[in-house]
Ligand binder design. Structure first.
Ligand SMILES: Cc1ncc(COP(=O)(O)O)c(C=O)c1O
Length: 431
């Protein structure tokens, strides 16, 4: 049996080593802080805490209650809402909870299309479909990489949905909520914003203030631009006790039983760090994304929306059709230790998911490692060597490793002794 444990621990160590020499650029990932990581290893992991604070189905939750109460308060304060549920296990799970509370086979929902950058949980073949619903999708303006405002107004008026869902996984620009606000009122729909990707930016008051722009419910993942543990949240300003109870029951017993207290504790640490460092971090994330967009563009790479400064978030969408396609290039970049992903572009259909036109890059993890605008030029040059010049990825990898040597510490968090990236010191094994 020992050989299995050694094998798994060694794989984990190798992963840590690999990533400590790589450029992490997947827009949905980040690096947890040392103090938050400590909570992921705590004994809270062993606990069942079904129910709500002070009203649990099992005993032994004295300290668990203290933690969850504090984390909920931190969440309410940071997002300026009076209702926060920190139990969902992921962004998808948070979305399922909202669908449990307000969706159903006799309900109508409108949402962005998957090929326009929406997440699979909002699709017929994802959580929305699982709840017996088929989304009607908003028309999209490819030049603006945003919703077509008049078309969206018309769709909302025609469909009169119970739920109007916004938010995307290729989320370059805020949806035009202000322009749609009157129609929301006219139609009387529940406005739901999936802020999974931009939750850290929203927490810092950047990108968009959904709760000031007519949104009723905000969900999100806590591990993308918010650099926390893998979890999800449901945030709202419920109009009544009944609505609050529906939201709570949507999470438990709706879509989970136990909610993994170690990650609730880790989220609390992330939020405390967010309070202190979040604004500066969010600003740098967006500056870096824009700088990377410019640097790639200057090197002949077709980054979308040059006329709009490429992005207002952490994400860049890049059309690489002429250079060989997103699937092929994402693999070549991985060979060079540049970790990014292939992505559908609005003109691709879902069948081309294996070799879509696009690549997606995120700046949030590089920023977390201390990179600034000036370093984006170096990153762009390395990407160009693979994508445009077709240099051997193995030789580019050496340059990537050289660059990454200077960026080993995690920034925008409280320090804890000598701990830096990853957890290699915990994983010394016999290999
Ligand atoms: C818009 C959007 N919603 C939800 C999710 C799902 O989040 P999770 O992976 O935490 O379930 C994602 C994931 O990338 C996303 O992009």
């Amino acid at each position: 049996m020992r050989k299995h444990t050694d094998f798994i621990r060694n794989q984990s160590r190798k992963h840590t080593e690999w990533f400590s020499k790589s450029l992490p650029m997947i827009a949905s990932e980040n690096i947890i802080s040392p103090l938050a990581r400590e909570m992921m290893l705590s004994d809270f992991q062993d606990k069942y805490a079904e129910g709500t604070v002070g009203n649990r189905y099992y005993e032994g939750n004295r300290y668990v209650d203290n933690v969850e109460r504090r984390v909920k308060k931190l969440t309410r304060d940071i997002f300026g809402v009076n209702y926060a549920d920190v139990r969902p296990l992921s962004g998808t799970n948070a979305n399922q909870a909202v669908l449990m509370a307000f969706g159903g086979p006799n309900k109508k929902i409108t949402a962005p299309d998957v090929s326009d950058g929406a997440h699979i949980s909002s699709a017929k073949f994802g959580s929305v479909g699982f709840r017996g619903m088929e989304p009607k999708t908003y028309p999209f303006d490819v030049d603006e990489m945003n919703l077509d405002i008049e078309g969206t107004k018309n769709l909302l008026r025609k469909e009169k949905p119970d739920i109007a869902l916004f938010g995307r996984s290729v989320f370059l620009f805020p949806p035009p909520l202000d322009e749609l606000k009157d129609v929301f009122e006219e139609v009387g729909c529940n406005v739901w914003y999936d802020g999974a990707h931009v939750l850290g930016l929203i927490a810092a008051g950047k990108f968009q203030k959904p709760m000031d722009e007519g949104v009723d419910i905000l969900t999100g993942s806590t591990h993308k631009t918010l650099p926390g543990p893998q979890k999800g949240v449901v945030l709202a300003n419920p109009a009544s006790e009944e609505e609050k109870e529906r939201l709570s029951a949507g999470v438990f017993p709706g879509v989970l039983s136990n909610h993994h207290m170690h990650s609730v504790a880790a989220l609390g640490i992330t939020l405390a760090e967010q309070k202190k460092f979040g604004e500066e971090y969010a600003e740098q994330i967006v500056k870096n994304a824009k700088a990377l967009g410019q640097a790639l563009y200057e090197r002949g790479i077709d980054v979308l929306c040059e006329h709009k400064g490429f992005t207002e978030s952490h994400t860049l969408a890049v059309d690489v059709q002429e250079h060989g396609g997103g699937g092929t290039l994402a693999e070549a970049l991985e060979e060079a230790n540049i970790i990014a992903n292939k992505n559908l572009m609005p003109w691709d259909d879902v069948e081309s998911a294996k070799e879509p036109s696009g690549l997606r890059f995120g700046s949030q993890a590089l920023t977390r490692l201390g990179m600034k605008e000036g370093h984006m030029d170096e990153v762009a040059e390395l990407i160009k060597k693979v994508v445009v010049d077709k240099e051997d990825p193995k030789s580019v990898k050496r340059d990537v490793e050289e660059l990454r040597k200077n960026f080993q510490n995690i920034h925008f968090c409280f320090s804890k002794g000598e701990r830096t990236y990853g957890h290699t010191e915990l994983l010394k094994t016999t290999e």
